[in-house]
Design a protein around this ligand. Structure first.
Ligand code: BTN
Length: 264
């Protein structure tokens, strides 16, 4: 069955995530559309999904390639009862939800790269961009979690700049994937993990996140606005920071940037 408004509405009726769904054939960015809706009071679990994006946003002001008819571009509004400093837990939780989901579609090889890239065989298959509104340091108003999954896009249709570093489910699983099933399963998985996060805390989600992460124990380099940090990856902390041990054995936290494993 096709991914369209009617079919999705049937699959998501009564669910906490996606019961209130806005389906578009084209938007600039699902995150931007949902951010505006959330500012106007859209409830927890509201979803914006689009067939294509003309200004799909990636992390660090990058563009997210968003051609029509082949992938998933979705944003989910959450109203978590947490302090803003813990909001990165939501992003990491989203990574675990996608990693669990995609593990069901291909036989192994799904990993998480800090902070939130989902990879198969070391190539990026999904990106997550969370944007928060908080009017005070005490509580989050809402978080918009944007998820882009490369589903049925073929290798040759990726922009040349990412052709060798990106992949899609069809390339990895060898067959076309139902975007309707994938989207419905994504929202269900997301809801399970979100409920677990609120009920049981970040501990178990963090453990699963670390089990998917293949950077722990390796030397990594993190590039960010003001420079570069290098060191052995020790793990992540409860604020979503990457914890590394530098060449002098000093423990450091890195809160944002682009991480890659290096030799030596
Ligand atoms: C990244 O750089 O890894 C994050 C990419 C996030 C892309 C998704 S697609 C749906 C949502 N809308 C956007 O504009 N971006 C996110």
């Amino acid at each position: 069955m096709d991914l369209n408004e009617k079919n999705l509405a049937v699959r998501l009726a009564g669910k906490r995530i996606g019961n209130n769904i806005h389906f578009y054939s084209e938007v600039e960015s699902t995150n931007d559309v949902l951010f505006r809706l959330a500012c106007d009071g859209a409830p927890h679990g509201t979803v914006v999904i689009a067939e294509c994006q003309t200004k799909g946003k990636g992390r660090l002001n990058r563009e997210w390639q968003s051609p029509p008819g082949c992938n998933i571009y979705a944003s989910i509004a959450l109203r978590p009862p947490i302090e803003p400093v813990y909001a990165p837990q939501i992003t990491l939780m989203a990574g675990v939800a996608v990693a669990d989901l995609l593990s069901g579609y291909c036989n192994g090889g799904v990993t998480l790269k800090w902070p939130n890239d989902v990879q198969i065989g070391g190539k990026k298959v999904c990106g997550i961009l969370a944007e928060m509104s908080a009017s005070s340091g005490d509580s989050v108003d809402f978080v918009v979690v944007g998820i882009g999954i490369n589903v049925n896009i073929k290798k040759n249709d990726f922009d040349e700049s990412i052709r060798n570093t990106a992949t899609s489910l069809v390339e990895e699983a060898g067959q076309n994937i139902s975007r309707l099933d994938l989207a419905a399963d994504l929202f269900a998985k997301f809801d399970d993990l979100y409920t677990r996060l609120l009920d049981s805390g970040f501990g178990s989600i963090k453990d699963v996140w670390l089990s998917y992460c293949d950077m722990v124990g390796k030397q990594a380099r993190v590039i960010f606005n003001n420079g570069i940090e290098s060191g052995k990856v020790l793990g992540i902390d409860d604020f979503g920071a990457l914890v590394i041990s530098d060449k002098n054995g000093k423990t450091k936290r890195v809160i944002a940037g682009d991480a890659s494993v290096v030799k030596g």
